[in-house]
Design a protein around this ligand. Sequence first.
Ligand code: 5GP
Ligand code: ZN
Length: 114
Amino acid sequence: MADCLFCGIIEGKIKGDIVYRDDRIVAFRDVRPQAPVHILIVPVKHVAMLSDVQKEDYELIGAIHGVANRLAEKEGVAKGGYRIVVNCGANAGQTVFHIHFHLLGGRHFSWPPG
Ligand code: 5GP
Ligand code: ZN
């Protein structure tokens, strides 16, 4: 999709620190990390937000979580615990409208979230 930041990173038009790629899923480090490990996992397919996910995407969304688990292992945060966050819409603070799964690890996270 034109003018989408994360499509630009996926296509290599915009610089990104890519840590994982397959034909459907790309993961890259967040430019403003909120934890020692902060990776954004995105589908290659442009879906704007979680509320746009359709039934045909369910397997893809599951596969994204599989990638998150493997990256958590690789980054050394699996044992200590980690958090997956999806911000959907204005109240959640979504700023980039290409769905992304934040993988956060390497420190303790409080609950409830801010
Ligand atoms: P949201 O608030 O939409 O859930 O998360 C968007 C995330 O994208 C933020 O954590 C922000 O730091 C990150 N981000 C914004 N611009 C860029 C960029 O150009 N490159 C990378 N790697 N991350 C970005
Ligand atoms: Zn996009």
